[in-house]
Design a protein around this ligand. Structure first.
Ligand code: AMP
Length: 204
């Protein structure tokens, strides 16, 4: 099953993607994680994108598209994947369609977590405080100022991706303000309505 998970920063995409990974045995392809790994390993491309990420802005489309295009060719993604944090622009969505078409495959569904902005700001403050209280590193882009930039970027550049997929009939929107379990159940129900797939109902 080939999926895209959309939603603003802090909407719970990572949490829900992990559940979908467990249930459907497909890898989570998070462009944020891949880019953070590139930064941590100090590669030339990592160093180029670090500053952009620290500011909460978007890495250039061609960089992210090539990262994703390479990753979907790995053997663990042969039977499907869930893209988390990609596409974030309509240009990326179009490029993804081209990459998939070139491989003779297509998306099965797009899942979007809808959450209002005030709730997101509360959540992200909570996420930073929780990490700090556990002595865990706080993401540099999880402070309030950068987070506001990330929301602005989302509104301006990523929100149009919703319409792109709606017009393709792929979009399923779920209220991301519900409990984690309730969101997870609704996402699973949306996927269950798709033809031709197996659900491992023993895993939550
Ligand atoms: P995330 O972990 O998904 O919130 O991503 C963290 C940061 O990585 C974002 O704020 C961007 O700077 C960068 N990034 C992740 N995915 C993309 C993407 N699809 N396009 C452009 N930049 C991205």
């Amino acid at each position: 099953m080939r999926l895209v998970l959309l939603g603003p920063p802090g909407a719970g995409k990572g949490t829900q993607a992990t559940r979908i990974v467990d249930r459907f045995c497909i890898p989570q392809l998070s462009t944020g994680d891949m880019l953070r790994e590139a930064v941590a390993s100090g590669t030339a491309s990592g160093l180029r994108v670090k500053h952009i990420m620290d500011l909460g802005e978007l890495v250039p489309d061609d960089v992210v598209v090539s990262v994703v295009a390479n990753r979907i060719d790995h053997s663990d993604a042969a039977n499907g994947f869930i893209l988390d944090g990609f596409p974030r622009t309509v240009t990326q969505a179009e490029a993804l369609d081209q990459e998939l078409t070139a491989r003779g495959i297509k998306l099965d569904a797009v899942l979007e977590l809808e959450v209002d902005e005030t709730a997101l700001l509360d959540r992200i403050r909570g996420r930073a405080e929780e990490a700090a209280s556990k002595g865990e590193p706080v993401r540099r882009d999880d402070n309030s100022e950068v987070f506001k930039t990330r929301l602005d970027v989302y509104r301006a550049q990523t929100a149009p991706v919703t319409e792109y997929y709606r017009s393709q009939g792929l979009l399923n929107i779920v209220d991301g303000l519900q409990s984690i379990d309730a969101v997870s159940e609704q996402l699973t129900a949306a996927l269950a309505a798709l033809p031709c797939h197996q659900i491992r109902s023993d895993v939550r």
